[in-house]
Design a binder for this molecule. Structure first.
Ligand code: LMR
Length: 346
């Protein structure tokens, strides 16, 4: 385990006025892909968040339903959030269309791109999804460069490095680009709760590495309930967490991947980001630019503060099983990061 990466609190740019911390209930959030399978429930959960003042639902005109419809629907919830819909035709560029939608955003959640079908790996989605993410990220760089971007775009392991490097090239803070891996934590907690017959609400297993196959490494030894799981059960449980996304893809028989649990997980991260922005520091696992290992991008516990990511926390102590698995994680993740870095170079 390496040392915590300290991005000093003074680094990066402020929200709105330099140095100003936004007060509770005053945030503007956008969900890009907000009329899709993940986007609709994610928009709903964010509309329910008392910290959200304005929620923008953006999607393409070919989405499941018109974004204006999602906005009208969510606009009837008895919450203070004002919900607006923004639509774009296929082939148009977000940078030419999203000025009003993105300007002033504090948090942009991006559940965009194609989902897997049975038999596909997340890697198979790289080219098509990287181009989709790039369009949105370029628009964010222009209209809301201080916002935190939560990317729910697969393969997260390659897309996040690609997009963070694009931010770097523009002179922006690459730590604004956050890969959402919260669902791996949610799954590890749930499966651990099932085995131990405990409420998963009181379990918090850090999941480090990345968000695909063997790169997903749950650290059961670091949670007070999970560390009591009999040793011989750990390999299967570890595999269960690694394969959970594929299990949902197979169960949906070609009709998509995890949407509801992913929305739940994305909203958990989103709420923590907003809490951090208003000065209440929160810790969540996320996949970000990192120097806690010898890889330049890594999922680990991350502290969210007044400017977004305020600290990338060290991995902590690993047991023998986890130490061995870490080698496997790094071997696979290395190549997937390189795919992303190469995309950013081209
Ligand atoms: C998941 O973990 O459920 C998502 O990454 C979707 C997928 O393709 O598995």
């Amino acid at each position: 385990a390496g040392e915590g990466q300290g991005q000093s609190e003074g680094q990066g740019q402020g929200q709105g006025c330099e140095g100003e911390v936004k007060s509770a209930g005053n945030f503007k959030v956008c969900v890009c892909g907000g009329a899709g399978g993940i986007g609709q429930p994610l928009s709903m959960l964010m509309a329910l968040d008392p910290n959200v003042k304005e929620l923008c639902v953006f999607d393409l005109s070919v989405a499941m339903v018109p974004p204006a419809g999602v906005a009208a629907d969510l606009g009837h919830l008895e919450r203070k959030s004002e919900v607006k819909g923004y639509v774009m035709e296929v082939g148009q560029k977000p940078i030419d269309n999203l000025k009003e939608c993105l300007t002033g955003c504090d948090l942009v959640l991006v559940p965009a791109g194609m989902p897997r079908k049975p038999g596909m790996t997340r890697d198979d989605l790289f080219k098509v999804n990287a181009d989709i993410a790039k369009g949105i990220v370029e628009a964010c760089a222009k209209f809301c460069p201080d916002a935190v971007l939560g990317l729910v775009v697969n393969p997260v392991n390659s897309i996040v490095p690609a997009m963070a490097e694009l931010y770097k090239k523009k002179g922006l803070d690459p730590l604004k680009i956050v890969g959402v891996t919260t669902l791996d934590v949610v799954r590890a907690n749930k499966f651990c709760g099932e085995i131990m017959n405990k409420n998963p609400n009181y379990i918090n297993v850090p999941v480090v590495g990345g968000h695909a196959g063997t790169t997903i490494l749950p650290l059961f030894s670091q949670d007070k309930v999970a560390k009591l799981i009999p040793e011989d059960k750990i390999p299967d449980l570890d595999k269960h967490v690694q394969d959970a996304g594929t299990d949902v893809v197979n169960a949906k028989s070609g009709k998509g991947s995890a949407t509801l649990s992913m929305a739940y997980a994305g909203a958990r991260l989103g709420r923590s980001v907003l809490a951090g922005l208003m000065g209440k520091k929160r810790t969540e696992c996320a996949y970000v630019k990192s120097d806690i290992t010898d890889l330049p991008y890594f999922a680990s516990k991350v502290q969210f503060g007044e400017k977004g990511v305020s600290k990338v926390l060290p991995i902590g102590e690993l047991n023998e099983y986890e130490t061995k698995r870490m080698e496997e994680v790094k071997a696979q993740l290395k190549g997937e990061i390189e795919t992303g870095l190469k995309y950013a170079e081209d």
